[in-house]
Design a protein around this ligand. Sequence first.
Ligand code: WT7
Length: 651
Amino acid sequence: MTQSSFPVSAEFVAAANTTPAQYIKDYQRSIASPKANDDFWAERAELIDWIKKPTVISNVNYDLDDFRIKWFEDGELNISVNCIDRHLKDNPYKPAIIWEGDHPSLHKTLSFTELHAEVCRLGNAMRKLGVSKGDRVTLYMPMIPEAMIAMLACARIGAVHSVVFGGFSAESLGNRIIDSQSKLVITADEGVRSNKHTPLKANVDRALDMDGTQCVEKVIVVHRTGNSIPMSGRRDVWYHSVVAGESAECEPEVMNAEDPLFLLYTSGSTGKPKGVLHTTGGYITYALSTFRDAFDIKDDDVYWCSADIGWITGHTYSTYAPLANGTTTVMFEGAPDYPTWARVGHIIDKHKVSVVYTAPTAIRSMMKEGDAFVRESDRSSLRLLATVGEPINPEAWDWYYEVVGGGKCPIVDTWWQTETGGILIAPIPGTVALKPSCAMTPLYGIMPEIVDSDGEVLEGLAEGNLVIRGGWPGQMRTIYKDHERFLQTYFTEYPGYYFTGDGAQRDEDGHYWITGRVDDVLNVAGHRLGTAELESAIDSHPATVEAAVVGMPHEIRGVGIAAFVILKSGETKDEQIKEELNRHVRREIGPIANLDAIYIVDGLPKTRSGKIMRRILRSLAAGQYVGLGDLSTLADSSVINKIIEVLRAED
Ligand code: WT7
């Protein structure tokens, strides 16, 4: 914990939506009692256009005998109406989406009126293809407006979308289609990033060859690059053909507040990825309300969140929250290095972006290329910068603050998770001096606690596991088709609390510092990968016997992936097998699962009961060979020295 703090500029504070005193007063009021908490959320629900206004606010109980999570349970609404239709009266021509293509010559703006027409056409087309309320639709899309249009069209007709990140493999896509039993897949011929093409449709074809995907009746394909792709006569239809001739009006489905909105698969510490389920009324109330609070949003903001729509940030803070608020959202198809590392600055200037929300990994990769690229732009439109996904190290914070923001923009470090639906901890800008690397203060209605390993709640200055007392409208409702796993993962270890899986420290000012995952989940470049998934991908290669995966420090991605692998006897321990293993894992999971270090070893440190002691491997992968802690439970302590020999040979 560094002691330095950066007061927000007087100019920003003067124009901020919230004052320091107001934050303290409103926060205290929002958590004063269950009744006060309900009153607070009832007020925030006023920001939503309901078809039927809810009379019940929360119905949350973490008691496993009588477990329930419901918000606004008798309310009715449609999210696409909240994101689009309700802005048509006052702001019909305001840009809803500004799309910036991979190549700097490509850009497109959709006003709320245009977005409305597009969403309605696709909604109608999907209905004609037989999709109705409750059906699942998998989206495997590049960062093009059709991706947001498809999400909103699903919301309009009550279909449950499951967006699968375009960087995942055919295999990962197939598994998610099987789990969700999707009726429809929406994709594009190819994705384009840094002038490189990704064969999205070809991956869909391979995924749909997998057993269990017979549920898919149709595949809608957006024409993005026009390169030739096979289209199967009965199953595949072009996006432009199905929407052509459809009406620009589409009756929105009336949704109960607790009807599902989407599934989003994320990695856990064990087993296969889990389908995190979010519902309608609570999710949109929380998304909209936290968006206003955390980013100090004004009507004329041009807001750019760089997250891919395949992640929760791309759902909540690229799509639903800004649009529900009537804020212009910028969507960028490409990468920060194309055509040069000056691209981010050029996009800010070109579209007069005022708020930027991105990940520390992206900041570190730009920082490494030097300041000159950023200084090609003037960035005078910027007023606020934000980060998400992993702790931001002080060097990257300083660089973001001084070089990108020119020392005038507060940096909002937002902590949250796929499961939480929206931000839980972040400084409300203008209300508190900022500490680099610190997520700071809880948002309204949120009650973080730090517990020790026995579940004892720690007061004041503390370090331990981060749990949340009580519920909030944006929280996940279940793991799709696996409610048992949901209860087991989040509500069993620390009874009565939601367990985040993160460690945290609370400093003398009551501010929260996230120290990282305390489970077997790696946070690589702000994306989650389970060690179990990575290990089973390595194990599935015919040359391997067993593998153990741990995180290791990585200069750009924060956390890198280190694999300790035992090969079958007779296999050659050379560079070639390592490359082959890496290719294999990338093919199984996707290019994000890149093994940064592979160590071929003869044995793994295991307890007598056969459990891999990852703690030891983590220290070794970080180059720490002494002070490995208690080794008395190891079945065979001689493996440690042998692994150290392998590591030394690699240095
Ligand atoms: C995990 C959730 C929430 C959208 C992006 C990631 C880590 C997230 C921060 C932050 C330190 C952070 C946590 C969390 N994390 N934000 N500001 N500071 N760590 O969503 O894939 O669900 O991952 O990301 O470890 O548990 P996700």
